[in-house]
Design a protein around this ligand. Structure first.
Ligand SMILES: Cc1cc2nc3c(=O)[nH]c(=O)nc-3n(C[C@H](O)[C@H](O)[C@H](O)COP(=O)(O)OP(=O)(O)OC[C@H]3O[C@@H](n4cnc5c(N)ncnc54)[C@H](O)[C@@H]3O)c2cc1C
Length: 284
């Protein structure tokens, strides 16, 4: 399908972005990789009279690892994340998760900023960011603020971001221990039926810290504090994992859709989480 007519803006700096946002209010939206927004416009599910392309705006790219802190600019693509060796060394879960997003063509265009700002429950990065306890930097006409990924998502396509704010970067502390991003999908290139991001640290035979987040099993990503707590301080025996899975199932709220009925999604979520825990533990 063909989208409704729109005016295309390509500013060189944030002042230019805010000028269009201020002038046109909710008739204007920023465009990053365009691989969520343009399909929505073509399907006439989004009507955006003013598109502001972020491509030429300075300061939105780059992956930096400074000691323990990782910062990824909003316009960094999933392909760049996969290719970055320094990032892989300190946060290999980023590559593991990005490789499971869509297909190479989408990953060359899709950006981390677009993925987390969109608010689509099917996107993989929001749950991953919650697992990493990342924070998002938002810049608006009145200045800059940071929001925890675990506080950012309100409902499907609704986030804490104001209409005139641009997400400029995601940041997180480099995780230690074992990791896994596990995703069940109907076919290559599909969104998750269920996905789990897991980080575990081990001391001797005991789990000293756990972080678990689930994707596409509610209208927001779900950081399961209860499932994470259920593993912490245990030796990850069968009963401990059963408790964590039950806690996760208590936190998610999947809906029936073309990926299956609710009971099937809960079953898939449990299988996926068990696999992710096992892989993360084996790497811890
Ligand atoms: C066939 C197909 C399969 C896909 N499969 C998956 C998948 O399995 N997993 C997955 O996670 N994703 C998937 N995607 C989505 C893909 O990863 C998108 O590229 C991504 O979700 C959005 O990134 P983008 O840069 O394309 O954002 P855009 O489409 O440009 O923007 C998306 C939304 O975010 C807003 N936005 C963008 N950047 C910013 C910013 N910096 N600040 C504030 N708001 C911003 C835009 O205004 C828009 O509302 C798929 C896409 C396609 C086409």
């Amino acid at each position: 399908m063909i989208p409704a007519a729109f005016e295309y803006h390509r500013p060189k700096d944030m002042e230019g972005v805010f000028a269009v946002l201020t002038q046109h209010g909710d008739e204007a939206r920023v465009l990053a990789g365009g691989h969520s927004l343009i399909p929505m416009m073509k399907l006439r599910m989004a009507d955006v009279p003013h598109l502001i392309d972020l491509q030429d705006v300075d300061g939105l790219g780059g992956i930096t690892v400074d000691g323990d802190t990782v910062r990824i600019g909003a316009m960094v693509t999933q392909a760049e994340i996969i290719a970055n060796e320094e990032l892989f060394k300190v946060a290999p879960i980023m590559r593991e998760a990005s490789l499971q997003i869509a297909d190479p063509q989408v990953r060359y265009m899709g950006t981390v900023g677009g993925n987390v700002a969109n608010g689509d429950p099917g996107n993989d990065m929001p749950g991953l960011m919650q697992c990493l306890d990342a924070s998002f930097t938002l810049v608006g006409p009145d200045g800059e603020r940071t929001v925890a990924a675990r506080e950012f998502y309100e409902a499907a396509y609704m986030t804490d971001r104001a209409d005139d704010e641009v997400l400029t970067a995601v940041s997180f502390a480099a995780p230690s221990g074992g990791y896994a991003y596990e995703k069940q999908k109907r076919k290559i290139g599909d969104y998750a039926t269920a996905a789990a991001a897991v980080l575990l640290t081990k001391d001797g035979g005991n789990c000293t810290a756990a972080s678990i987040a689930m994707t596409n099993l509610s209208d927001t990503p779900i950081y399961s504090e209860a499932a994470s707590a259920a593993l912490t301080g245990t030796s990850l025996g069968e009963a401990d994992i059963d408790t964590a899975v039950a806690a996760m199932l208590g936190d998610i709220d999947p809906m029936q859709d073309n990926r299956g009925p609710v009971e099937f999604k809960k079953h898939a979520a449990a299988v996926i989480l068990r696999r992710a825990i096992a892989r993360a533990w084996s790497r811890a």
